[in-house]
Design a protein around this ligand. Structure first.
Ligand SMILES: [Zn+2]
Ligand SMILES: [Zn+2]
Length: 387
């Protein structure tokens, strides 16, 4: 076990000096290497990663670099480890940490922010004004796992204590990796959207955030909750997660169907989790006067939409990035109480050595993949079986 000033270890959880970690070379080039285990600083803990889910944003980062920003630029060829939806076990505590104990199972949210800008002070740390400024003379201490600091496709990662949430014994590793996704949906609905029970919610796009938005909206008392999608199997999962109705966007007039279900004036809240020109326009035109449209996906190019309709009808439009104002902590409260079964979106598990194959399943949606999880325990079990 290595030494670091003021870092606490426990004999029961010895920490090696080196770990296995995937690092990004050129775009789409990942290599499994040995790297030093990082040391936690003040208000940080070292987490032994037990499972990590793959997010569409990981695929973005690995192919295009953005929205990651590592050491002041694109994350390529900097020994950078991506991966941000992970959970694990606390293996060491940095100086001054008594909020957690070594051996605690935790899941993490992505952003710690810098803690010193206007938005961080408001709890909107996913909109930190000092994004990526955590190096050299510009070090403001910003942290976003797998974006501006090393992430979870590795055996260990350092986390700020504010980003960690204890996992109950009744929750599996895989389920715990999904808490941050539910937290993102929660942030869009409540902290930013101000959702009130009894109002109608339409979710467009049954990806992981969309499907968990259905589950969270239903748990929060939204009524009715409608899901719009093009894949029948995903719409079916939406029904199992609490959607009152689903609309097949390939075969139905989406706006007309929404108005049939929620009433002719349109929906109170619409969350667009698809981010295409078609869905942005559908969202605008299915929202009632004074209603709200939340953009939860990042359109890749500029989209044309009916801005005048928004203005004339007093419709609010807002974007969300990530999971601010501790929404993830509250999403955990729902999931710990089994208010919905997030594992319905978890379709595949691979050992860490198979990360490229896991990423391919997520990217190409092979075998109807929705959430693909990489498990370290599987990999250890496999290693033990091979001996
Ligand atoms: Zn993500
Ligand atoms: Zn900040």
């Amino acid at each position: 076990m290595w030494n670091a000033d003021g870092v606490k270890f426990a004999d029961a959880m010895p920490v090696p000096e080196q770990m296995k970690a995937w690092v990004l070379g050129d775009p789409d080039e990942l290599t499994l290497i040995d790297k030093p285990v990082p040391a936690p600083g003040r208000a940080e803990a070292l987490v032994r990663i037990d499972a990590v889910a793959i997010c569409a944003t990981d695929l973005e980062v690995i192919s295009y670099g953005t929205p990651a920003m590592f050491e002041g630029g694109a994350p390529f060829n900097k020994n950078f480890t991506p991966g941000h939806e992970y959970m694990g076990t606390i293996a060491a505590l940095g100086p001054g940490v008594d909020e957690f104990e070594i051996g605690d199972r935790v899941t993490v949210e992505i952003h710690a922010g810098c803690g010193q800008c206007k938005r961080c002070r408001m709890g909107m740390y996913t909109s930190c004004h000092n994004y990526g400024l955590n190096f050299g003379d510009m070090n403001k201490g910003h942290r976003a796992n797998g974006f501006t600091t090393n992430g979870g496709f590795a055996e260990y990662a350092v986390n700020n204590i504010n980003t960690m949430i204890k996992v109950p014994d009744t929750m599996s590793d895989a389920e715990a990796t999904l808490v941050v996704t539910a937290g993102t949906s929660m942030y869009g609905l409540t902290e930013l959207g101000g959702l009130v029970a009894g109002e109608s919610v339409v979710v467009i796009g049954p990806g992981p955030i969309g499907l968990l938005a259905v589950a969270v909206a239903k748990s929060l008392g939204a009524s009715p909750v409608v899901l719009v999608g093009t894949r029948e199997n995903r719409n079916q999962i939406g029904l199992e997660l609490g959607a009152d109705a689903v609309i097949d966007a390939r075969n139905e007039d989406v706006i007309a169907r929404v108005k049939e279900i929620v009433g002719p004036k349109g929906a109170d809240y619409v969350i667009d989790c698809a981010g295409t020109e078609t869905t942005v326009n559908q969202a605008v035109h299915m929202t009632n006067r004074g209603g709200k449209v939340c953009l939860a996906a990042f359109p890749k190019k500029p989209v044309e939409f009916d801005l005048g309709y928004l203005a004339v009808n007093n419709i609010y439009l807002y974007g969300i990035r990530g999971e601010g104002r501790s929404a993830t902590h509250r999403a955990m409260a729902f999931m710990a109480e089994k208010r919905f079964d997030a594992t319905k979106v978890h379709t595949h598990t691979f050992p860490i050595e198979d990360l490229p194959n896991a990423l391919r399943h997520a990217r190409e949606r092979i075998d109807d993949a929705i959430k693909v999880v990489v498990s370290m325990k599987d990999s250890k079990a496999k290693a033990a079986a091979a001996e």
